[in-house]
Design a protein around this ligand. Structure first.
Ligand code: ATP
Ligand code: MG
Length: 333
């Protein structure tokens, strides 16, 4: 697969790997929204460094994640004492020390990948702190990926990140969405309209890929599932506000939701809504469509009626919008 517009990030990674291989360990924190291409980037990078010793671990989004799950993954790749320890009932300190001994006990570069640390449990964050403090003068490159837009202000990772990123040997990389040109390249020959694809997906590579595979401008199942897995974590009232927002169209009239500030904060923290440029809006139009489509027809009519009433009560002069909601409410008159 061709990775578009990632050459600069790959060049930085190569540079950090070079420095690490000279005995100046590096921690690289790679942020990007869900589907930005963090995993494929690191997988692609592995091909550039075939001689390094790679070990991979991942955090998962279970409601009660297994503590230190990524360390157990690393142990499977690294084998040796660490893997033996993992079979018993090891103390945490023993595990950390064994990992460190194994990745520093080799002249070759060791690359440790820990994916999706936005889900990391406290013990895994401690592992990150432990490693980060001790790799400075070792041939070790630690690469951690996370969804930057998933971090609530109070999330443990946000606190840990400040501390990790403050190290002189830490580096941060951000994966931006793809440009409209890249989306055009991907859509080439598919018969789908690149401009519309870009508008729907905001250049998110996952959404673009899924829509191209589905071959339509509608919401593919996988994109729908990705969106709904996200809304499933919200509080009930935030979900209600989200549904109302989804039926408002591309621009959300925040004035109509002025009394729902804490829900709007929750939705912004979840990364589903952003407040920039044209004001409050869905980060991805395709997510808005997916949410709107899930609302049963009778409830859609109710929500439209409520929005219409609120617009009327506020003395709106926006006839087109009122007509849109009147139609949705089944209010022909
Ligand atoms: N630079 C790119 N050019 C073309 N396609 C890309 C690019 N980056 C990612 N993709 C496509 O987008 C999909 C999603 O990428 P990936 O799984 O790496 O995202 P992610 O950031 O790891 O998401 P998550 O946070 O859900 O783990 C990939 O399957 C790939 O097909
Ligand atoms: Mg990933």
């Amino acid at each position: 697969m061709m990775l578009l517009e990632r050459e600069p990030v790959l060049a930085s990674l190569r540079q950090y790997a070079h420095e690490a291989s000279q005995g100046e360990g590096r921690l690289v924190l790679i942020a990007g929204e869900a589907g930005a291409g963090k995993s494929v980037l690191v997988e692609r990078f592995q091909r550039d460094l075939p001689d390094a010793i790679w070990s991979w671990g991942a955090c998962d989004g279970l409601s009660t994640p297994q503590p230190l799950a990524p360390l157990f993954d690393l142990a499977r790749d690294l084998g040796g004492t660490l893997e033996d320890l993992c079979r018993g009932q090891p103390e945490r300190d023993e595990l950390f020390a064994a990992l460190l001994t194994q990745v520093t006990g080799d002249d070759r570069l060791n690359v440790i990948v820990i994916e999706d640390i936005h889900w990391a449990d406290e013990a895994t964050l401690d592992l990150m702190r432990f490693l980060t403090r001790r790799i400075r003068a070792a041939s070790v490159l630690v690469i951690a990926t996370y969804r930057g837009d998933w971090l609530a202000p109070s999330s443990p990772l946000r606190l840990a990140l400040g501390e990790l990123a403050a190290r002189r040997w830490a580096r941060r990389l951000e994966l931006p969405p793809l440009s409209v040109e890249a989306v055009r390249t991907m859509a080439d020959g598919t018969g789908l309209d690149a401009g519309q694809l870009y508008r729907l997906t905001g250049g998110n590579p996952f959404y673009v890929t899924e829509m191209l595979e589905a071959g339509t401008h509608g919401v593919p199942l996988s994109a729908r599932d990705a969106t709904l897995s996200r809304t499933g974590r919200l509080s009930g009232t935030a979900r209600q506000v989200l549904e109302t927002a989804a039926l408002m169209g591309v621009r959300i009239d925040a004035g109509l939701l002025a009394d729902r500030q804490s829900e709007l904060d929750e939705l912004s923290a979840s990364g589903l809504l952003v407040d920039e440029g044209i004001g409050l809006r869905f980060r991805h139009e395709i997510a808005r469509l997916a949410i709107a489509q899930e609302i049963p027809a009778h409830r859609q009519a109710l929500i439209h009626a409520r929005i219409l009433n609120a617009l009327r009560a506020g003395g709106s002069r926006d006839d087109a919008r009122m007509a849109f909601h009147a139609e949705g409410a089944g209010d022909e008159e």
